[in-house]
Design a protein around this ligand. Structure first.
Ligand SMILES: O=C(O)CCC(=O)C(=O)O
Ligand SMILES: [Fe+2]
Length: 312
């Protein structure tokens, strides 16, 4: 690991604002300002002291490994679609880079509702494991959203009142289980694990395993490695938050490379991601009154991005 590279994505400690704590006014201010500074610079930060029990993440990974190890035709019985956005996506179905020839070697299971589609008969432990983790992600996201409003000098409930239904019916918030299979020996030229993209929603919270490969493009257009830092959550800004803040907070481009080391290429990489979205009907328009972006509802924006990235 190159220390000069990791230095560019700051590590921010939640301290007394993590889950289970009763933060003071000063803590809300301190944390709100620190995250907004990172979000307006590289757009990414590592969160320490968040209070999510890491056993919940391990449980989700272990149980979902059972699902990913099934035959493709069984997994496809739980496929997601463009309007029914819960379920399995096979490799190369979702192309994050708009380049038809670029193979993306990744599969995923998206969960937007705890009552939605799950492979209950085959992996009964998956639904309860995902629900337990989603509950913690929802509580943590609400704290971050509240602190962010404080840091941006907005009404304190600005973001929490526009994100009332995380993982509810009228909201695209999604817990995504990502499985990057071992890289096969003869892959098409230009293959990648995850093509360059920005995330679509407000914020993204990511637990990655120890394999590495995730890179973030900084303000000088240089790729910076988002090296895994044990126990932390990597948090980044999505498109919607960039629109809302007229580019003050940055939705930074990122990608996951195929490892060059044989020892890493031949093993699985796992990550568990929570994409936070506003409630469907929320109209996103620049908060400073500028006309930099056309107003669009959260739902219209996310559907447009799905149309662009899914191959059906
Ligand atoms: O797996 C990762 O580390 C990143 C995945 C990602 O960027 C995404 O799913 O949007
Ligand atoms: Fe992403």
């Amino acid at each position: 690991m190159c220390p000069s590279k990791i230095k560019r994505i700051p590590i921010i400690d939640m301290g007394l604002i993590g889950l289970g704590c009763e933060p003071t006014k000063e803590e809300w201010q301190r944390f709100g300002k620190e995250i907004c500074t990172a979000f307006s610079d590289i757009g990414f930060l590592y969160l320490r002291g968040h209070g999510i029990n890491l056993d919940l993440v391990a449980d989700v990974e272990t149980t979902s490994n059972k699902f990913f190890s099934l035959d493709e035709n069984i997994k496809n019985r739980f496929a997601r679609g463009i309007t029914d956005i819960q379920g399995f996506t096979p490799p190369n179905r979702e192309k994050l880079t708009v380049d038809a020839n670029r193979h993306e070697i990744r599969e995923s299971y998206d969960v937007t509702s705890m009552d939605g589609k799950f492979p209950d008969e085959i992996v009964p432990a998956l639904r309860p494991a995902v629900k337990a983790l989603a509950d913690s992600f929802i509580s943590l996201s609400s704290r971050i959203l509240e602190a962010m409003a404080v840091g941006l000098d907005l009404e304190r409930n600005f973001f929490t009142s526009t994100h009332k239904e995380l993982c509810g019916k009228n909201n695209a918030t999604c817990l995504r289980l990502l499985h990057y299979p071992p890289v096969p020996p003869n892959i098409p030229e230009g293959s990648i694990r995850c093509g360059s993209h920005t995330d679509y929603g407000t914020l993204t919270l990511l637990f990655q395993d120890t394999m590495g490969g995730l890179e973030v493009r900084d303000r000088n257009d240089e790729w910076v490695e988002a090296t895994p830092v044990k126990g932390t959550i990597l948090v980044n800004v999505g498109d919607i938050l960039q629109f809302w803040t007229s580019d003050k907070l940055k939705a930074t481009v990122h990608r996951v490379l195929i490892p060059s080391e044989e020892t890493k290429a031949r093993v699985t990489r796992r990550s568990t991601v929570f994409f936070v979205h506003p409630d469907d009907s929320v109209l996103i328009k620049p908060l400073d009154g500028s006309e930099q972006y056309q107003p669009i509802t959260a739902k219209e924006h996310v559907m447009k991005r799905f149309q662009e990235t899914y191959q059906y």
